[in-house]
Design a protein around this ligand. Structure first.
Ligand SMILES: NC(=O)c1ccc[n+]([C@@H]2O[C@H](COP(=O)([O-])OP(=O)(O)OC[C@H]3O[C@@H](n4cnc5c(N)ncnc54)[C@H](O)[C@@H]3O)[C@@H](O)[C@H]2O)c1
Length: 353
């Protein structure tokens, strides 16, 4: 399955095949650099090693986890490229989750003003989200994704086979972004995700669900590649999701991105019902799905002022109201909905412990 997206050719394949080596041949690189992290080096590289055989590959192994999404890691990659004589026709292959793709994409997009790049995403979140759309970057001075460039990879190879070694929470974190895709664009996709569990799904079925999600994300990227307007639809669940993520970080709790997003989706759908008359059935489906497969949200009423502070930091807000993407119904998104804090607080009360 092939999707063309923002200067990238995206291949979604139920089995790991020869596509990757053909893509490398078509780029005719002067040298090949592979960036992995300590987990993808051991768990994912062996699955594609055969496709790289016969080529000399220079590997940089970076540290795993969000804490490594920083300038020092980019410097580590730049140093390796320079030491091994990379030129403007050298290729970077990024093998990892969203953190690694963002960092390696940034390093490749800035080295000699940009060198060829292939993304091989290995988490579900990076397959349906981070590998698509050309956003790269790092965290800086405590601010997430504050430095970066748009740099779409030349190719993306999505192989669900990598998901076998991914832990349950990481898998469901990516699933949450797929649920969001269904909610903004496709009742059918949403319903299928509510009825399916990602664990032990055959690779062929997972590939089809991933394709539907990538198609939806790609629709908004094609309409607004540089994120100036309609691409904001993809923020559904993220306005509150980011505030919940920041709160968890401040309280030293572990909350994965998709876990924060899925609770953000619940709250924002509840706002959509109250303010835009969205139907209640999807809300019930989502709540029941989340209560079965996701950790409970550790938020209490005395956390609300902190959540409010995080929400107010967003520069898209106007005066005292906060800018949301909401839904008139499933697959009917509305951007730039400015909501007062009191409304938000009453929805948060429903999910607080
Ligand atoms: N560029 C974009 O458009 C975009 C979109 C969404 C998210 N992101 C970014 O993505 C990052 C989150 O990505 P993520 O959720 O993939 O997290 P991640 O990249 O940190 O990976 C999560 C963990 O899984 C491990 N891992 C990766 N693949 C594995 C596999 N197949 N088997 C076993 N372990 C594996 C990693 O080493 C890591 O420990 C954030 O930095 C976020 O900002 C970017």
């Amino acid at each position: 399955m092939q999707i063309n997206s923002f200067n990238s050719k995206i291949f979604i394949e139920p089995t790991i095949g020869a596509g990757l080596s053909e893509a490398i041949d078509s780029l005719a690189p002067s040298r090949i650099f592979l960036v992995s992290d300590e987990n993808t080096h051991t768990q994912c590289l062996p699955l594609i090693e055969e496709l790289l055989s016969g080529q000399k590959v220079h590997e940089t192994v970076i540290g795993q986890g969000e804490a490594n999404k920083r300038l020092e890691t980019v410097v580590q990659i730049w140093n390796h490229l320079q030491e091994e004589g990379a030129d403007s026709r050298s290729l970077v292959i990024a093998l990892g989750g969203g953190m690694l793709l963002d960092v390696a994409g940034f390093a490749a997009g800035t080295f000699k003003r940009g060198i060829p790049l292939i993304h091989v995403p290995t988490t579900l979140l990076s397959m349906v989200d981070a590998s698509v759309g050309g956003k790269t970057g790092i965290n800086f001075n405590g601010y997430k994704n504050h430095i970066g460039v748009f740099r779409a990879p030349d190719y993306v190879f999505i192989y669900p086979a990598f998901l076998k070694t991914l832990d349950h929470r990481q898998l469901y974190s990516g699933w949450a972004e797929m649920v969001k895709h269904g909610m903004i664009q496709s009742q059918r996709h949403f319903e299928r995700l509510m009825m399916t569990r990602p664990d032990n799904l055959p690779d062929g079925e997972m590939a089809l669900l991933i394709r539907d999600s990538v198609d939806i994300k790609n629709y908004y990227i094609a309409s607004d590649p540089y994120d100036k307007g309609i691409r904001k639809v993809l923020n559904l669940g993220h306005t509150l999701g980011h505030a919940l993520e920041s709160l968890a970080m401040e309280k030293n709790q572990t909350l994965l991105h998709g876990e924060a997003v899925v609770h953000g989706l619940i709250c924002e759908y509840s706002l959509s019902m109250k303010l835009l008359g969205a139907e209640p059935t999807p809300y019930q489906q989502l709540r029941s799905h989340v209560s079965k497969y996701y950790p409970n949200l550790q938020v209490r009423a005395d956390d609300f002022p902190v959540i409010r502070r995080f929400l107010m930091q967003d520069k898209k807000n106007a005066h005292e109201s906060i800018n949301f993407t909401l839904l008139e119904n499933i697959s009917k998104p509305l951007i730039d909905q400015f909501i007062e804090w009191d409304e938000i607080e009453s929805c948060l009360r429903k999910v607080a412990t």
